[in-house]
Design a protein around this ligand. Structure first.
Ligand SMILES: Nc1ncnc2c1ncn2[C@@H]1O[C@H](COP(=O)(O)OP(=O)(O)OP(=O)(O)O)[C@@H](O)[C@H]1O
Length: 328
């Protein structure tokens, strides 16, 4: 349904608008209008917008709650069964993705209860990471871990529907609004400067003369903020990835942002923190047919902030990308 924000606001009913003819045409940016319409066709004789949310003498805070009380919505049994089933043979990452898709496209009636019932299977990998990190297999689920999983689910919802969890009837994870906007930035600043410095200290003395020349030239341009394009071409196995990884580690050891992208997923896995160029730059998929298409990165987005602060972008196998990709 295409919600249109027209008409004048209705008193005592936030985000509700009506036209001159009295027809209700818009209610909130979420799906509240669906529930209101459902009530309007099922409840007879309501005298006000408050009245329509009253069921058996009890006043419900939202139209959705009133619909649930009237039994107008399907229960979430199918989602309960599905999440219980996938918990048997899917990873926590896959289950979180599935849950985010269900939230954003199927609008379960009681999403918070679904989360409460299945949060263990969606937090399993985070628990495992904590156990490995602390060398302690007796650690169990904690609120912090659930919160971490919720943040991951919210990130997925933002990618899929550009809406936070609160829009899907769930409690928001515990993070500030600025964190919400800076997911990309957090990802690029997550590297341990100590570890990166250790890689640099270990591998810089190993470089041969040619590698050293490339390394020094690029690092000079980065440290002087000169900007520029460098094209590194050499036969396979001669140490291109070795030098690139060292340059990435050097910049990251100083808390700088260095983006590592590759034209293919396989090549991206060879670089620390590597991702595909399509994922990072939001390249249009039909770029070969549409030379005017541009990257889908909004000016105020967290990715735009990362690109502004980024000191170096390394694009492995850039010759594999379509020529239009490089100019977007
Ligand atoms: N100076 C060096 N000292 C020690 N090992 C090196 C050095 N340069 C490269 N290597 C090693 O050589 C191997 C091949 O290097 P690398 O993968 O960087 O080559 P490449 O040019 O990227 O190859 P390809 O084009 O096939 O991806 C790696 O194991 C790397 O660690």
């Amino acid at each position: 349904m295409d919600a249109r924000k027209q008409g004048s606001p209705v008193a005592a009913c936030l985000n509700l608008f009506k036209s001159n003819a009295g027809a209700i045409i818009y209610q909130s940016k979420t799906h509240g209008v669906l529930y209101l319409r459902l009530l309007l066709v099922n409840v007879t004789g309501p005298l006000s917008f408050q009245d329509i949310r009253k069921v058996n003498g009890q006043q419900y805070p939202t139209y959705k709650d009133a619909c649930l009380a009237l039994g107008l919505l399907e229960d979430d049994n199918q989602w309960e069964c599905m999440l219980a089933e996938v918990a048997l043979n899917c990873t926590a990452i896959q289950i979180r993705l599935l849950f985010a898709i269900v939230l954003t496209t199927c609008f379960p009636a009681r999403a918070q209860i679904l989360w409460e019932n299945h949060k263990d299977s969606m937090t399993d990998d985070i628990l495992h990471q904590h156990r490995i990190r602390c060398h302690d297999l007796t650690i169990t689920f904690s609120d912090e871990m659930y919160n971490e999983a919720l943040i991951a689910i919210e990130d997925l919802c933002i990618v899929i529907a550009n809406l936070p969890l609160s829009n899907f009837g769930m409690n928001s994870p515990n993070r500030t609004a600025s964190d919400l906007m800076n997911t990309e930035m957090n990802r690029e600043l997550q590297y341990s400067t100590v570890e990166m410095a250790a890689i640099v200290a270990r591998n810089v003395p190993l470089m041969n003369e040619e590698q050293r020349t490339i390394y020094d030239r690029i690092m000079l341009a980065v440290s002087a903020g000169q900007g520029g394009f460098f094209f590194l071409d050499a036969p396979g196995g001669t140490g291109k990835t070795f030098v690139i990884s060292l340059i990435l580690a050097e910049i990251r050891s100083n808390n700088g942002i260095a983006l590592a992208v590759a034209s293919s997923g396989i090549a991206a896995t060879l670089l620390d923190g590597g991702r595909t160029a399509h994922s990072v730059f939001k390249l249009p998929l039909n770029i070969q047919n549409n030379p005017d298409a541009v990257c889908n990165i909004k000016k105020q987005s967290s990715m735009a902030t990362v690109l502004k602060r980024c000191k170096l972008i390394i694009w492995d196998e850039c010759t594999m990308a379509h020529k239009h990709s490089l100019g977007r």
